[in-house]
Every structure is written in C-alpha cells, then in structure tokens.
Design a binder for this molecule. Structure first.
Ligand SMILES: Nc1ncnc2c1ncn2[C@@H]1O[C@H](COP(=O)(O)OP(=O)(O)OP(=O)(O)O)[C@@H](O)[C@H]1O
Length: 626
C-alpha cells in the first residue's frame, strides 16, 4: 500500500468529521427544542426492548419455578404494560419531532445556501458546468443532510443502547456467541461504507444527466419552447433525447443496485449462520441443566436483538455516511472562495464627475476560450453619450459585463473616477449603474413588480413606477391590462387569491417594461442600454430616442445598437471589431473618414430607400448565399 493511502484516508476522515460537526451544528441551531426532546425519547426507546425481555424472563422463571405471587403478577404486569405503551407511543412522538426538525433545518440550510450563492458577485462560477452540478446537488440534498444526520444518529443511539443491553446478556450467558455475532457485523460495516461511497459518487455523476434530462423535459412541457417544438415537430426528437439521458442514468443505478443486492444477501446469510450457531449452543447448555427456560427465552430475544440493533447501526452509519458525503457538496458551495477578489477595505465609490477609463483591457471567458477583448482603450467622459457599434460577437455586451464587474479584465484596467473597479465594493459600484441588458429578464411577476425590481427602494411608490413606465412608453399598455399595474405578466402562474390568469406581453412591450425598470434607476451615474430598441416599432423607437435624449442630458450613458440611425447623435461613436477599437469619432467624422462605420451606415440607410437603378441590379445577399 502506498504511503499516500493512509494520508488520503485520514484526510477523508477529517473532512467527514468536519462535515458531521457542521451538519449537527445546523440541526441543533435550527431546532434545539425538538432535537433535545428527540434525544430523551431515543434513550427511552433504546432501553425498552432490553427491559421488556428481562421482565419476560422473570415472568417465565417465576412461572416455571411456581413462585409467582399476586403482588408480583401486578408489578410485572404494570411494568410490561408501561414498557409496551412507551414502545407504542414514542415512535409517533419521534416522527413528529423529526418532521419539525426537518422543516426548521430545511429553512436554515436554504437560507444559507442562497446567501452563499449571492456572495458570488460575478458570473464565472455560475457559468461553470461542474460548479452547477455541485450546486444542484447542494440544492436538492443540502437541506436533507443535517436533519437526516441528526435523525440517523439518534436512531443509531437507540440501536446502540438496545445492543449494549442485549450484548451484556449474551456476554453473561455465552461469550463465544457474543464475539461471533459481533464479528459477523464487521464485514457488513466495511462493505456498507464502500457501497455508500460508490452510491454518492454515482449520484454526483448522475447530476449532469439529470440536468440534461430536466432540460429536455422542460422543452417538452414548458411555454418558451412550445411554439418551435410544435412547428418544427421536435416533440419526438426531444422526447427520445430525454429518454436516452434517463436510460444512461438507469443503467448506472441498475449496476450499483445489483452489486448492493449481492453484497446484502451474502451478509444476511453470514448473520443467519452466526445466529443459528449461537442458538444451537444455548439450547444445548439448557438441556444439560446449566440454563433456565427464562434464560433460553432471554437468549432467543438477545441474539436477534443484538443482530437487528447491529444491522440498524450499520444501516444508520451507511445512511449517515451517504448524507455526509452529499452534505459535503453543500458545504463546498457555502464555503467556496469568492469568484472575484473583493478588497478588504474598499475605496469609496464617488459620484461620476470626470470619467470611466478602460486601459488596454484584455479579456477572455477562460484560458480555454479565445480572447474577446484585445487591448481596448476607451474613455466614457462624464455627461457624454458614447455609442458602441460593431458586428455580432465583436465583444460589445462583454464590455458591458466588465463595466458592471461581473468579470475582471485579465490584463489592463477599468477605472471609475481614477479608482480601479477591483478596489471598489461591487454593490456600491452597481448602485451607481442602471442597465437594460440585451437579454433582460421577463419576470413571472406583476407589471408593477417587473418595474419595481429595478430599484427596490422605490418599488412601493406607484407614482415613480408610473413615471418610469411613461418615460419608457409602457404606461398606456400597462394601464389597459385587466388589473392595471397589478396584472401578472405571465401564463405560468395565476393569481393565488382568485385564480385570475396573467397576460402575455409582446416582445416590444416587454422591452418597454425593461426600459422602465432601468429608468426607475435613472438618477444613477451611468446608464447602459444594450440594444434598447431592437424590438420596438418605428414610431416607438423614434419616440424612445427622443426621450432618451432628454434623459441623457447631464448623465453619462453607453448605448449599444445595431441600428446606426439610433446612435448618430452620440458624442462619441466607437466601432469594435473582434475585440479591438478600430474607429472612433462622432457621426460626421466617421462618415467623412469613409471607413467601416461609413460603409455600415450606407448599407443600412440604403435599405430604407427605394433602390436606385445601380443599387437594384442585384441583392446584397440572397438566401442561397447562406
Ligand atoms: N459566458 C460566455 N462564455 C464564453 N464565451 C462567451 C460568453 N459570452 C459571450 N461569449 C463569446 O464572446 C464573444 C463576444 O460576445 P458578445 O456577446 O460580447 O458580443 P456582442 O458584440 O455583444 O454581439 P451581438 O452584437 O451579437 O450582441 C462571442 O464570441 C461569444 O461567443
């Protein structure tokens, strides 16, 4: 055996111990009263079978020797009845206490898990598939672990008390049988622990299958994909892919189940042989007169008593081990290092009064990905509107993510009033920014909530919500909804009170709601609009840009748009190509330069005019070119 093996085992044991301590701590903190009451019930329940067997032996011995007085009959009867009542009632009390504890633990664990996820201020961790797998395991099993661990420990304690009592009896009556029964349990314990490790490894491994299975199932039943699934006839295709994932999972489970079944059956056989040997031995000594009938009865109760208690302990240890291994994933998420370094003493984030500077910014999503930004130098001066244009994939939205500090540049720096974003508190920085993301969220909430989440401090102020909606051109649409601003904007949920279904907004209407959300933060220092008008009709777009002009007065804004007409009034237009700034200037300067911007602008404006004789000679692009 290599010297690394014991070290690995020690590390595993130390990790398990740490997880166990954390899990117990959580269970006790979540439900101290229920846990204490459960401990008392457990001790009582553990003592009951041994005391019952002992009283039964006394009854049999007294009966066979003929010395049972009326007083003893009453005493033994009352004792047996009390023990019977305890054995009958306490399991129900324990079930109730366990349910109470499970609920309390579930609340506490979830609260900690989601608080931990919120600590990841960036996006990289959430976009890592391996971390997502772990997060899913933590979500599904983290809340079970501590409760289950406490429950299993108490059950094991109950078995241990019972076993100790019966073992005492066995040792007194037949030490070799006691040793045999104990030895028979050792392989069970070892094999059970090994099987558990395999099961947990399999469960983690299956998580990826499960997420894909859920993904295909969601495509089949969810609303977002319903149109394409029907039109393209994808139901069968996605159904087959879902079943393939399910088959993959079941094949792994099947292999492990078979292995477990074989191991359990062999171990059961071993236990039966040990018990049989012990019984033959005791009946033998009873026949020779060295034991009473009561002793035989007690022995007959003690052997299966020890065995079932041992099996119980091994089973409980197995489940505890499994719960611990699963809980370790929860622990790993809760204790994960922050995804972005946060300064111990963040610099204050001042109001924007001079500029935001990007200096030689290089960025890629990971070392395996290509560079997305390659040495970008850019200034966003206070009070100006900078427009960012470029072809698909040029890196525009990525630059927005860096400005919000969802990621850090790999090289170079972004400075806010001269301070590197890495030295600021991300929350304080984001407080100063209002954004409409290209892939903005459509929340399955009411219209008022959909706007209010833009600034929770103003969410209850209906006048401010209306003003933001008016600025985004959404007020009229929302007013006409069945319940006005209180209408649910979804078909996924209905109003819990009267079952009133929500409504579905059009793409452009949603975009106005998202704009209203950003306008609720309009007093922020930097307003970023990533494709704010892509879904709007021509009239609404014209209207929006007029409003934006008013709103931008005195504010600093970054505008991203493929519609060059929408950015022509910007103070500075920056053309990004494959992560590099290739042109910069105002609209007139860029047109005069006759470069990439001028070509793109000519191309777009040509599309709005009747083609002249030269232009109508042929299409720029036909479907056959694709
Ligand atoms: N989370 C991510 N992980 C890995 N690569 C990404 C991620 N997000 C974007 N990319 C890649 O980065 C490049 C730039 O994407 P980005 O969204 O910044 O382009 P864009 O200029 O905004 O494009 P568009 O005009 O189409 O919105 C693309 O090649 C894209 O595939």
């Amino acid at each position: 055996m290599s010297p690394a093996a014991p070290a690995g085992r020690r590390r595993r044991a130390a990790r398990a111990l740490r997880s166990a301590r954390a899990a117990f701590g959580l269970a006790v903190r979540a439900a101290p009263g229920a846990t204490a009451a459960d401990v008392v019930s457990t001790v009582l329940l553990g003592l009951t079978p041994v005391l019952t067997a002992w009283l039964t032996k006394l009854v049999i011995d007294r009966l066979t020797t003929g010395g049972l007085s009326a007083r003893e009959v009453v005493t033994l009867g009352v004792g047996l009845t009390l023990l019977g009542s305890t054995a009958a009632a306490l399991p129900h009390l324990r079930r109730y206490l366990e349910a109470e504890r499970t609920r309390a633990v579930s609340r506490l664990v979830r609260q900690r898990l989601y608080a931990a996820v919120q600590r990841f201020v960036g996006l990289a961790r959430l976009e890592d598939p391996a971390f997502q797998d772990r997060l899913q395991v933590a979500q599904q099993t983290g809340h079970i672990g501590p409760g289950q661990l406490a429950g299993n420990t108490l059950a094991a304690l109950q078995s241990l008390i019972g076993m100790t009592g019966f073992l005492g009896v066995l040792v007194a009556m037949s030490p070799p049988t006691a040793v045999l029964v104990l030895l028979a349990a050792v392989p069970t314990l070892v094999i059970q622990l090994r099987l558990n490790r395999r099961r947990v490894a399999m469960m983690v491994n299956l998580e990826h299958f499960q997420r894909r299975d859920m993904f295909f199932a969601q495509l089949l039943v969810g609303i977002p994909a319903a149109k394409e699934v029907r039109l393209f006839g994808l139901g069968r295709y996605f159904g087959d892919r879902m079943l393939a994932e399910l088959r993959g999972m079941h094949a792994q489970e099947h292999r492990l189940d078979r292995r477990e079944m074989r191991a359990q059956a062999t171990l059961g056989l071993l236990g039966a042989v040990a018990a049989g040997t012990g019984i033959i031995y005791t009946v033998g000594i009873a026949r020779s007169g060295s034991a009473t009938a009561g002793d035989v009865a007690l022995f007959l109760a003690a052997v299966p008593g020890v065995q079932s208690a041992l099996a119980g302990i091994v089973g409980q240890l197995g489940t505890m081990h499994q719960a611990l291994l699963m809980f370790a994933h929860y622990q790993a998420v809760v204790e994960a290092e922050p995804d972005l370094p946060r300064p111990a003493a963040p610099a204050p984030t001042p109001a924007l009064r001079s500029r935001i500077e990007l200096r030689d910014v290089w960025f890629r999503y990971s070392p395996e990905h290509p560079w997305v930004l390659r040495g970008v130098d850019l200034d966003l001066p206070y009070g100006s509107t900078v427009a960012l244009v470029g072809l698909n994939g040029a890196g525009k939205s990525t630059l927005v993510k860096l400005l919000c500090r969802f990621y850090d540049p790999e090289r170079g720096s972004i400075r806010w009033e001269g301070t590197d974003l890495r030295d600021l508190d991300p929350a304080a920085l984001r407080e100063r920014i209002g954004v409409v993301f290209q892939d903005f969220m459509a929340y399955d909430l009411t219209a008022a909530e959909n706007i209010g989440v833009g600034d929770l401090g103003s969410a209850g102020d209906r006048d401010r919500l209306r003003a933001a909606a008016r600025a985004a051109g959404a007020d009229e649409v929302l007013d006409r909804l069945p319940r006005g601003y209180d209408t649910l904007l979804t078909r996924v949920f209905h109003d819990g009170d009267d079952g009133c279904a929500g409504v579905v907004l059009s793409g452009g209407q949603w975009q106005r709601v998202a704009l209203a959300r950003a306008f609720l933060r309009a007093n922020r220092d930097l307003l970023i609009l990533d494709e704010p008008s892509s879904g709007l009709d021509a009239e609404a777009e014209h209207d929006l840009h007029r409003r934006l002009r008013d709103l931008r007065t005195g504010a600093t804004s970054l505008l991203i748009s493929h519609r060059l007409n929408a950015v022509r009034e910007a103070d500075l237009i920056v053309v990004l190509d494959e992560g590099r700034v290739v042109e910069r200037g105002n609209h007139a300067e860029l047109l005069a330069r006759g470069g990439r911007y001028a070509r793109l602008f000519a191309l777009q404006s040509r599309g709005y005019r009747d083609p002249g004789p030269e232009e109508s000679k042929g299409p720029l692009l036909s479907l056959s070119d694709i």
